[in-house]
Design a protein around this ligand. Structure first.
Ligand SMILES: [Fe+2]
Length: 212
């Protein structure tokens, strides 16, 4: 049976794809935090922001249902493997439906790989056909993925990741992308302030007396 057949059958598969779970968890936390902040920036209600944080944590949970019949670091994936990996949003949706999650959370997960220009999957939805939560997750997911090491490339610096996203901006809802840029910019500025604070503390320590 090919990997494609296995994916489409919806058969319960034992074993994981060769995922590094600590990397996956770190990615989920980043997407969750970003989705929460971007939702706030868009002045969405607190409950909506919270739901997007939950969706961010769970958006790739369908990957745990993919079999380990190929190695993820064998890039690029062949067409069959790519089709199979692309079943993960639906697998995640199927795993969570009926478990008490809201329709907003479930639809955000199911459509988190849809692109604003209609080039995404699983439904080739475009524009506002894509649920708002999924459009928010898409931006946060791409940024987090670009800022992480991959077997075939090193992680992008934050500014370089942003430039890359600007080149591909047709994939995103512009209003959401602008809100995301404001959030990411604040994050960079905060990190700079933290670094300055750390430098000062290191300076005191290097002075040998330990106290400011
Ligand atoms: Fe995904």
């Amino acid at each position: 049976m090919s990997v494609t057949e296995r994916g489409q059958s919806g058969e319960k598969i034992d074993g994981f794809i060769s995922l590094d779970l600590s990397d996956e968890l770190e990615h989920a936390i980043q997407v969750s935090n970003l989705a929460y902040e971007v939702s706030h920036e868009l002045n969405l209600e607190e409950n909506y922001c919270y739901e997007l944080a939950v969706a961010g944590m769970l958006h790739d949970i369908g990957k745990l249902k993919l079999s380990s019949c190929f190695e993820e670091d064998q890039e690029p994936l062949v067409i069959e493997e790519l089709k199979y990996v692309r079943t993960h949003p639906a697998l995640g949706y199927e795993e969570l439906v009926g478990q008490g999650y809201s329709d907003n959370i479930l639809k955000s997960i199911l459509y988190h790989h849809e692109n604003y220009d209609g080039s995404g999957y699983p439904g080739n939805l475009r524009g506002e056909e894509i649920p708002l939560g999924a459009r928010i997750l898409r931006v946060c997911d791409v940024y987090s993925a670009l800022c992480a090491d991959r077997p075939y490339r090193k992680a992008f610096e934050k500014e370089a990741a942003m430039e890359q996203m600007i080149k591909d901006v047709k994939l995103f809802d512009m209003q959401i992308f602008l809100a995301f840029q404001r959030v990411a910019h604040e994050d960079v500025e905060e990190n700079k302030d933290e670094e300055k604070t750390c430098d000062r503390h290191e300076g005191y320590s290097a002075g040998g007396d330990g106290d400011p």
